[in-house]
Design a protein around this ligand. Sequence first.
Ligand code: HEC
Length: 98
Amino acid sequence: MRLAASVLTLGLLAAAPAPAQAPDAALLAGACQGCHGVAGEGGHGIPSIKQQQTRAEFVAAMRAFRGNERPNTVMGRITRGYTDAEIAALAAHFAKPE
Ligand code: HEC
């Protein structure tokens, strides 16, 4: 009985979600660099996102794409893959320093 309880407890522990961690901005930014350039400088028809906007403006742009409120070709699909916390981390990475 005690063994069964221990096994059950272990199973529950293993199923517990990992503790929340701050998103890794550099890792997330890697998904943007293929189009926007390594530093976000843009080019070839892709807008620069390198310190073009304040963080608030950057977040607003990303959320507008995600909600399909802003016309786009690819950013709607891309932004739907990101949480608000990840968008905030990307804003800290690419937007104007505060
Ligand atoms: C497949 C190429 C591609 C990738 C990958 C990509 N973007 Fe974009 N991005 C674009 C294009 C093209 C636009 C112009 C809007 C549109 O047509 O979707 C844009 C627009 C933007 C804008 C608005 C810029 C402005 O001047 O208002 C922001 C902010 C942005 N992207 C951020 C990101 C971030 C952050 C990532 C990574 C998570 C990313 N993009 C990944 C192609 C891309």
